[in-house]
Design a protein around this ligand. Structure first.
Ligand code: SAH
Ligand code: SF4
Length: 348
C-alpha cells in the first residue's frame, strides 16, 4: 500500500545504507541511489539506470518519491517569481516560491510548517493558524522539485530562505536535518552559507543554533523596539521580550562571529517614524548586524498599510547615519500573493 511507503527524502544517508544492506545489496548501491536523488533529482525509480531492474522495483516498493502535488502554479507578471501551492499527502497545503535575481541567483523561499502557531497579526500564515509540522522529507522535496525544473533550463537553485510558511525554530530538528541533507557534499552540496533561517525570535532555539555553530545565516523578525508594540504585532514577544532577544543575538555573534540580519516590515504610522529608526539604531548599537526593511505586504486579516517610499528611504537613511547597515528588500511577486507573509491557502 502506498501509505506504508516511506518518503525517500526522509532518510539520511546512513538510514539508506541500512536499508540497502538489509536488502543484501553492496554498500555502493546506497551511494548510487543517493546520487540519483540528490545529484540527478530523479523522482521515478525507473530513472535509476545504474541499478538492476530488480533493485529498481525494490526501490519502488519501499519508497515514495513524490509527496507534494503541485496544485496551483503561478508566475508573476514580470516573470521573475514563480509560486507553487503544493497539496501534501494529508490534504494540508504549503507554498514555495522561486525568485530569480538577474542571471545567476535563483532563490527559493520554502515552508517548514503548514500554517504557523505564532499568530503574528500582519502575516497571512499566522492568520490561518497552525496545521502541522512538515517532515524533513517534505521540506527537502520542495527544493528538489524546483531544482528538477531549473535543471531543465540548465539552471540551479543557488540560495534557500526559510521564510515561507511556518516558524523554522518551532520545527527545529526537521529544518536542520533538511539543511544537512541538501548541504551534503556527496549529494546536492548546497553550501551552508546559502541558507537563511528567519525566526520570530524563539530564544532557546537561537541559543541552540549558536551552540551548534552552524554557518547558516540567521535573520530575526524584529519589527518593533518596544515590548508593547512588538507584543501587539508578534504575540510571542510576551514570552521572549526584546531585551532577552537582543542578548541572545549578542551571544550568537560572540560564539559564531557571524552577522545577524534583523527584519523590519514597515507599516504606515506604526513602526516607520524617524524616532523609531533612532531607537532601533540605539538598540542594535555594538552588534554585528544589518537591517532588512520591507514595506508591509497586504493581507486579508490586517488593516495596516505599507509605508510610503519616502518613509522607507528615510527610515533606512536614519539607520545608516547611525552606522547600522540597512537594505530595502525588493518586493516581489505581489501580484501572485507571493510576497513575504502572503503565503496562505487561497485554494481552500
Ligand atoms: N516565521 C519566520 C519566517 C517566515 S516569515 C519569521 O517570522 O521570521 C518571513 C518574514 O516575513 C518575517 O520577517 C515576517 O515577519 C515577515 N512578514 C510576515 N508578514 C509580512 C507582511 N505582511 N509583510 C511583510 N513582511 C511580512
Ligand atoms: Fe509565523 Fe513568521 Fe508568520 Fe509570525 S511572521 S505567524 S512566525 S510565519
Amino acid at each position: 500500500m502506498s501509505e506504508s511507503k516511506r518518503l525517500i527524502y526522509d532518510l539520511s544517508f546512513e538510514e539508506l545504507e541500512q536499508v540497502v544492506s538489509e536488502w543484501g545489496e553492496p554498500a555502493y548501491r546506497a551511494k548510487q541511489i543517493w546520487e540519483g536523488v540528490y545529484k540527478h533529482f530523479w523522482n521515478d525509480p525507473e530513472q535509476f539506470s545504474p541499478l538492476s531492474k530488480a533493485l529498481r522495483s525494490k526501490l519502488a516498493q519501499a519508497f515514495k518519491f513524490n509527496s507534494l502535488s503541485p496544485n496551483i502554479n503561478l508566475t508573476s507578471s514580470d516573470g521573475s517569481t514563480r509560486k507553487i501551492l503544493f497539496k501534501l499527502q494529508d490534504e494540508q497545503a504549503i507554498e514555495a516560491v522561486l525568485m530569480r535575481y538577474g542571471d545567476d541567483r535563483r532563490t527559493l523561499c520554502i515552508s517548514t510548517q503548514a500554517g504557523c502557531a505564532m499568530g503574528c497579526v500582519f502575516c497571512a500564515t499566522g492568520q490561518m493558524g497552525f496545521r502541522r509540522h512538515l517532515t524533513t522529507g517534505e521540506i527537502v522535496e520542495q527544493v528538489l522539485y524546483y531544482a528538477r525544473q531549473l535543471a531543465q533550463e540548465d539552471q540551479q537553485v543557488t540560495n534557500i530562505v526559510m521564510m515561507g510558511m511556518g516558524e523554522p525554530f518551532h520545527n527545529y530538528d526537521a529544518t536542520m536535518q533538511a539543511i544537512d541533507r541538501l548541504n551534503d557534499p556527496t549529494g546536492m552540496g548546497l553550501g551552508a552559507r546559502r541558507f537563511t533561517i528567519s525566526t520570530v525570535g524563539l530564544i532557546p532555539m537561537i541559543e541552540r543554533f549558536a551552540e551548534e555553530k552552524r554557518q547558516v545565516n540567521l535573520a530575526i523578525s524584529l519589527h518593533a523596539t518596544d515590548d508593547k508594540l512588538r507584543s501587539e504585532m508578534l504575540p510571542i514577544n510576551d514570552k521572549y521580550p526584546i531585551k532577552d532577544l537582543i542578548k541572545a543575538c549578542h551571544d550568537y555573534v560572540e560564539r559564531t562571529g557571524r552577522r545577524v540580519t534583523f527584519e523590519w516590515a514597515l507599516i504606515h504610522n506604526e513602526n516607520d517614524s524617524p524616532e523609531q529608526a533612532q531607537a532601533l539604531a540605539a538598540l542594535l548599537k555594538g552588534l554585528l548586524c544589518h537591517v532588512n526593511v520591507i514595506p508591509l505586504n497586504p493581507t486579508a486579516g490586517y488593516a495596516g498599510e505599507k509605508s510610503s517610499k519616502d518613509r522607507v528611504r528615510s527610515f533606512c537613511d536614519t539607520l545608516e547615519s547611525k552606522g547600522i547597515p540597512c537594505t530595502i528588500r525588493v518586493r516581489r511577486g505581489i501580484d501572485i500573493q507571493a510576497g513575504c507573509g502572503q503565503l496562505a491557502i487561497t485554494a481552500e
